[in-house]
Structures are given as C-alpha cells and as structure tokens.
Design a protein around this ligand. Structure first.
Ligand code: KIV
Length: 288
C-alpha cells in the first residue's frame, strides 16, 4: 500500500486486475473483526452467509435468514471505512423471483454494502442482470455453491473433469455477460480457475481455487483458528491458533477468580475520601 488510503471501489478492483495486483478478501460478521480487517488494509470484506455455521452454530448455511444477515451486515458496515463490503444473499432471498431478489439486494445496500453476492451458475444470469440493472453491483459465486450442496452431492470439488469444467467456464461467461463485476470460485481445480481468470475482464476471487485467481478469500474464523465445530478443508490456512490462546486465557481467569487472585486493588475503585467512615457511622446510627 502506498500513499493516502482511499475507499476501495469497483474501478479500483478492475485496475488491480489490470495491473496483476492481487486482491485480498476476508469474511467478517461483527464490528470488532470488521474493524480489524479494515485496519489491516484488506481490500474486500464479505459478510458471508457462513456466519450461520461459524458464528450461529447452524449445520449449514441454509437456515440463515435476511434478518440475520442484515443484523450482522450493519455491525460490519458501521466499522468499515475503506474496504469494499459485500453482503451475501442467503438461501431463498434471491431464488424465488427477480422482484424479491432486487428488493433483498436493495436491503443490503441500505445496510451500507457496496455490492451483493449471489450463488449459482448461468441459471442465475437473469436474476444477476435484473439486480445489476437496478443499480446494485453483483459478485457471482460459482463452483461449489454451499446453498446447493445437496444438489451437488455434498461439499465436493467442482469441475475436475473436462466436461464439468466446461460447465464452470460457460457459467462464468454467462455471469460476466449478465453484468457481474466479479466472480468468486469456490473449490474448483486451479487449472480451471486459472483458465477462466485469463479469459475474463472482471476480477476472479478464489477460495480453494488456486493461485491463478485475481484474488483470494478466506473465512475469518479459519484464519484465526476459531472454526471449532466445522471441518476445515486444506485450503483454509490457519495463521494463528486463537482457540488455544483463548482457552488458556479463560482457564487462567477461572483460576484467578476461584483463588481470589482477581480482582485485586489495581482492578478496583474507592469511595471519595472520608465517605466510607461517614457511611459506617450512618449505618451504626441507623441500627441504634
Ligand atoms: O459465506 C462465505 O463465507 C462464502 C465463502 C465462499 C467465502 O461465501
């Protein structure tokens, strides 16, 4: 990063692709993590529907509602000054009709987002076009689309044969044509994501899609070692083990409270000079 920091825009992201400067994205779901992601200089923040699994304890992303997404999105947008913020449209918020998709995408923009993300291939192209035509930038999410995991036969690599890779390539072209400003590839072979990245003029962001994408995204809780109850795939690189550090801190706190080593004088407050003795005499008088 050089010079004065400016708010990241779509133009900025397109120029980064042109310069072959890698784009970095991370998920965030609350004020403190969004604040830190923004402060770190990360280009894009995704308020992912993964909030359902990593924060709310659901078994998949399917139960996540618009109400929950907007609640988390508002906490994130209150914290962010510079990063480009994307709201992830949850299951059934965009696949039940174009009008509902535009309305719900609009609610993310009212909550302070710069764009929304929609899962699906060319079957979603009309919806993507309608939302874009309504003035709302869309990132399209291809490859493994977790909201369709049941249909895809689970959380599996997508596009590992020439035939299935052709589908990913056709989907990507259709979504670029529909007006998506960026594509996110999840769990796709690096050759396939690389080929598409070279063919498209819009930036591609990968997760489990190899180094040839224009940018990368990871789930915040995977990076810091707080995905405690979900299985993490090999692409989810852990940079710090907060699970162990937090457990250690909590055990020390527990021990201190039990033994009386917390709180001490230095963590406590005093009454104003002379007021304690006054209080004691008042109480004594009251008891007479
Ligand atoms: O919800 C999410 O976290 C995602 C990931 C692919 C980044 O969509």
């Amino acid at each position: 990063m050089s010079g004065e920091r400016k708010k990241v825009t779509i133009n900025h992201l397109l120029k980064m692709k042109g310069r072959k400067e890698k784009i970095c994205m991370v998920t965030a779901y609350d004020y403190p993590t969004a604040y830190l992601a923004d402060l770190s200089g990360i280009d894009m923040i995704l308020v992912g529907d993964s909030v359902g699994m990593v924060v709310l304890g659901y078994k998949s992303t399917l139960p996540v509602t618009m109400e929950e997404m907007l609640h988390h999105t508002k906490a994130v947008t209150r914290a962010v000054k510079y990063s480009f913020v994307i709201g992830d449209m949850p299951f059934l918020s965009y696949n039940t009709g174009v009008d509902e998709a535009i309305h719900n995408a609009g609610l993310f923009m009212k909550a302070g987002c710069d764009a929304v993300k929609i899962e699906g291939g060319k079957e979603m192209a009309d919806t993507v076009k309608a939302v874009v035509d309504a003035g709302i930038p869309v990132m399209a999410h291809l490859g493994l689309t977790p909201q369709r995991a049941a249909q895809l036969g689970g959380y599996k690599l997508q596009g590992s044969t020439a035939e299935s890779a052709m589908k990913v390539i056709e989907d990507a072209k259709a979504l670029e044509k529909a007006g998506a400003f960026s594509l996110l590839f999840e769990f796709v072979p690096m050759e396939v994501a690389g080929l598409i990245t070279d063919k498209l003029s819009i930036p591609t962001i990968g997760i489990g899609a190899g180094p040839r994408c224009d940018g990368q995204v990871l789930v915040f809780h995977d990076i810091v070692g707080l995905t405690l109850w979900t299985e993490t795939p090999k692409f989810a690189k852990k940079y710090v083990d907060l699970r162990e550090r937090i457990l250690d801190a909590l055990k020390k706190y527990l021990g201190d409270v039990k033994t009386g080593s917390f709180p001490l004088e230095e963590h406590s407050y005093h009454m104003k000079e002379g007021e304690y003795n006054k209080l004691l005499s008042n109480l004594e008088r009251g008891e007479e």
